[in-house]
Write a protein that binds this ligand. Sequence first.
Ligand SMILES: *[C@@H]1O[C@H](CO)[C@@H](O)[C@H](O)[C@H]1NC(C)=O
Ligand SMILES: *[C@@H]1O[C@H](CO)[C@@H](O)[C@H](O)[C@H]1NC(C)=O
Ligand SMILES: *[C@@H]1O[C@H](CO)[C@@H](O)[C@H](O)[C@H]1NC(C)=O
Ligand SMILES: *[C@@H]1O[C@H](CO)[C@@H](O)[C@H](O)[C@H]1NC(C)=O
Ligand SMILES: *[C@@H]1O[C@H](CO)[C@@H](O)[C@H](O)[C@H]1NC(C)=O
Ligand SMILES: *[C@@H]1O[C@H](CO)[C@@H](O)[C@H](O)[C@H]1NC(C)=O
Ligand SMILES: *[C@@H]1O[C@H](CO)[C@@H](O)[C@H](O)[C@H]1NC(C)=O
Ligand SMILES: *[C@@H]1O[C@H](CO)[C@@H](O)[C@H](O)[C@H]1NC(C)=O
Ligand SMILES: *[C@@H]1O[C@H](CO)[C@@H](O)[C@H](O)[C@H]1NC(C)=O
Ligand SMILES: *[C@@H]1O[C@H](CO)[C@@H](O)[C@H](O)[C@H]1NC(C)=O
Length: 837
Amino acid sequence: MKPPWRLAGTLIPAMAFLACVSPGSWEPCAEVVPNITYDCMERNLYKIPSSIPSSVKHLDLSFNPLRFLASQSFSPFPELQVLDLSRCEIQRIEDDAYWGLDYLSTLILTGNPIQNLAPGAFSGLLSLQKLVTVEINLSSLENFPIGHLRTLKELNMAHNLINSFKLPEYFSNLTNLEYLDLSNNNIQNIYCKDLHVLHDTFNLSLDLSLNPINFIQPCAFNRMRLRELTLRSNFDNTDVMKTCIQGLAGLEVHKLVLGEFKNERYMKEFDKSALEGLCSINITEFRLAFLDDFPKDISGFFDCLVNVSAVSLVNLNLHSLEGLPKDLKWQSLELIKCKINQFPKLVLPSLKRYVFTANRGADSFVKVELENLEFLDLSSNGMSFKSCCDQDDWKTTSLKYLDLSFNDAITMGSNFLGLELLEYLDFQHSTLKQASQFSVFLSLSKLLYLDISYTHTEVAFHGIFSGLVSLQVLKMAGNSFKDNTLSSIFTDLTNLTFLDLSKCQLEHVSQGVFSSLSSLQFLNMSYNNFILLDALSFQPLHLLQVLDCSFNKIESFEGQELQHFPSSLTTLNLTRNAFDCSCKHQSFLQWIKDQRQLLVGAEQLQCMMPLDMKNMSVLSFRNSTCQITKIVIAVTVVSVVVVSVIACLVYKFYFHLMLLAGCKKYGRGESTYDAFVIYSSQDDDWVRNELVKNLEEGVPSFRLCLHYRDFIPGVAIAANIIQEGFHKSRKVIVVVSQHFIQSRWCIFEYEIAQTWQFLSSHAGIIFIVLQKLEKSLLRQQVELYRLLNRNTYLEWEDNVLGRHIFWRRLRKALMDGKSPEGTGDLENSHEEMTSLT
Ligand SMILES: *[C@@H]1O[C@H](CO)[C@@H](O)[C@H](O)[C@H]1NC(C)=O
Ligand SMILES: *[C@@H]1O[C@H](CO)[C@@H](O)[C@H](O)[C@H]1NC(C)=O
Ligand SMILES: *[C@@H]1O[C@H](CO)[C@@H](O)[C@H](O)[C@H]1NC(C)=O
Ligand SMILES: *[C@@H]1O[C@H](CO)[C@@H](O)[C@H](O)[C@H]1NC(C)=O
Ligand SMILES: *[C@@H]1O[C@H](CO)[C@@H](O)[C@H](O)[C@H]1NC(C)=O
Ligand SMILES: *[C@@H]1O[C@H](CO)[C@@H](O)[C@H](O)[C@H]1NC(C)=O
Ligand SMILES: *[C@@H]1O[C@H](CO)[C@@H](O)[C@H](O)[C@H]1NC(C)=O
Ligand SMILES: *[C@@H]1O[C@H](CO)[C@@H](O)[C@H](O)[C@H]1NC(C)=O
Ligand SMILES: *[C@@H]1O[C@H](CO)[C@@H](O)[C@H](O)[C@H]1NC(C)=O
Ligand SMILES: *[C@@H]1O[C@H](CO)[C@@H](O)[C@H](O)[C@H]1NC(C)=O
């Protein structure tokens, strides 16, 4: 065992080392934006880390056990604008804790159990606009030391223990306050004097939701003006609600919000009398939300709201709108998720804005009379529409905004006659019928925005967008085109700046499609099936900035025209295509490398072809490989051409060459004739017209010994044959035919029987077989049969190729003066030769 002092000797430096490493040098916070934004959330910090640069503007220190804030805790960070100290277990905040934070605009102290707040805790903070003191165990507004924060706009004190609504004197200093949230406290009574510090200059939105209010003194809000008052989930029952609302008498409020919260509470037997008190309040906008137990009969319910200009009813169990008062002055009505059974037959001449959305109870549109309607949102109802759309449907000619998205089938029956003022039109995710059968949008010359995405439209008709001369945005993703070809449907859209054609199964772009789109800045053609795109198509798009061609099957762009790509382009997305990285697309691939600053994720572009480049980055394509390949190909091609030309020439002039080079002995020597021809007189025609013609008149020419021409008259045939034929000729050509066997050969045999000896040993005998021979017949001529069997022979074929081969072989055989085997090695192609067996 080591002695203790030696153990200490090793431990102490190690601990010193650890001490150096752990607190100071290791980085506790995440750098979100360098020098600006740091996230130190939940790092178990006991003190504010010193490693954060002094230039930090946004600092998140939430969920750290800081426990208390000493004076000048944040002086190293004078630039701070946003400081989040949520749930830092802070119990004590000393004077001047935020000293020096002159630019701090947002301070969040949520969830700290503050027990000891020094009177000067918030001193300084010259620019503070938003203070969040939610859930800080605050029991009273009195003595909360914020009276000097004149710049404060938003004060959120929700979720505390405050039980008195009396706004202390210091609120009179907070003249910029716009939003005060006291929700979820313990306020039960509101008295007349509580709000007296607020005077006319205030433009305050006040949220008192989730306080158990049961009494409001009727003078409390008299002659008060508020921007907004929210009272949700405040009243235990309709009676309390009724008296409390009466207590609001004399209030002038721009927007009043009543109701409950989703899944929060269930207010039973909500009664129309609850809202009686609203008659003595001056309200401009009214909103009611989340009431499950809404009365079936709503007559009388809205009587005190006839002069309101905007009504918003959200998540009410409303069922129907039967029994609305007649003389409503509403200009805006929102009915959202109200479980209404039928599309309400509204007659509301004052209405300008109507939102009827997400009401899944109704199933088809009904004509309504809203003469002054400008804004109509009927989205997300799953309803069908028999014949859309014209002035008659809503009796308005002022409509500018129409949203029919996320519905069921909408059948286009009319082209928006009387609705010429429309500027915005949205049909997305509804099923459009007959939209591509006539020029549906013909009268909409003021339309700026059109969305027909995912409407199951098959574009077949060229005039589908006729008349849309002002259109700026066209979204038509998720549809289809006839023949999967983008045809010239955009001719009128000269002001278009945004075009979405993604997910349209497109394969081709026909010529001149984009020629009228000179204002286009954004074009999305992603998720289609393009294989080859022509850069020339994009040439007219002088202002194009963003082009998205990702998720296609593009192998390449047409190479030559790449310089026609609009020079205005700033973003080109070509990811997820099937690039062909072979040399034939070399110019395109080089272009990609040159334009990489335009390309989204240039590094991720992958080759699909050829196989040896698969999954490799397009940027790794090397031009030089193509150079080498090109040279190799060029050399190969040239050599092949040269060799074949030479071969042709040699083939053609073989015999001339033989003559010139003298490489084969071609001399007649003492022979007068090149060949003596033995044939039947029946084959005379063939010999004269074919044999003589070809051999004596061709190049090189051969001299033949023919009995009819060359035999000396008067001499015996046998003698002639022997003298003139055999002795004066280098070779003997025997023309074998049926006739020859039958007649001539017998005579021959008879006449020169004695010369057989000579004949069979004679080397230069060439057999030409004119016709197929009957074997049995041939066998009778034992000697000839033997000869033919021993020697290969030439067979006459009366067709172009056959003749050609025949003459070449015959000439070759004739030139071969030396070969002891005679015709045995005529040509190397033995397959062409036949052997009789
Ligand atoms: C951050 O601040 C330091 C010191 O002021 C400076 O050297 C550095 O360049 C800054 N970094 C950035 C990204 O601004
Ligand atoms: C909140 O404050 C009360 C006194 O006002 C105190 O008794 C209680 O312990 C505090 N709660 C917390 C969580 O600090
Ligand atoms: C209101 O502001 C003035 C000037 O800043 C200050 O003197 C006064 O004490 C503030 N009032 C309260 C109640 O804090
Ligand atoms: C009143 O406050 C609201 C925000 O609550 C703001 O939009 C509006 O401009 C303010 N009005 C005036 C007159 O200051
Ligand atoms: C309601 O308040 C507005 C705005 O202050 C005012 O013009 C209007 O006359 C008031 N209406 C009533 C009925 O007091
Ligand atoms: C609505 O305004 C008219 C006059 O503009 C007035 O006579 C009527 O009492 C008002 N109704 C309500 C409920 O405020
Ligand atoms: C097209 O846009 C230009 C400029 O924004 C505008 O002057 C012109 O009136 C528009 N054309 C049509 C037909 O709306
Ligand atoms: C193009 O459309 C696709 C799918 O419709 C979408 O994911 C993509 O973000 C769009 N491109 C751009 C540049 O907005
Ligand atoms: C293509 O890149 C752009 C720019 O980064 C991006 O907005 C767009 O969503 C991308 N397209 C797709 C289909 O992801
Ligand atoms: C290419 O990548 C895909 C998906 O990343 C993979 O499935 C495939 O096997 C790869 N092919 C080659 C040749 O590496």
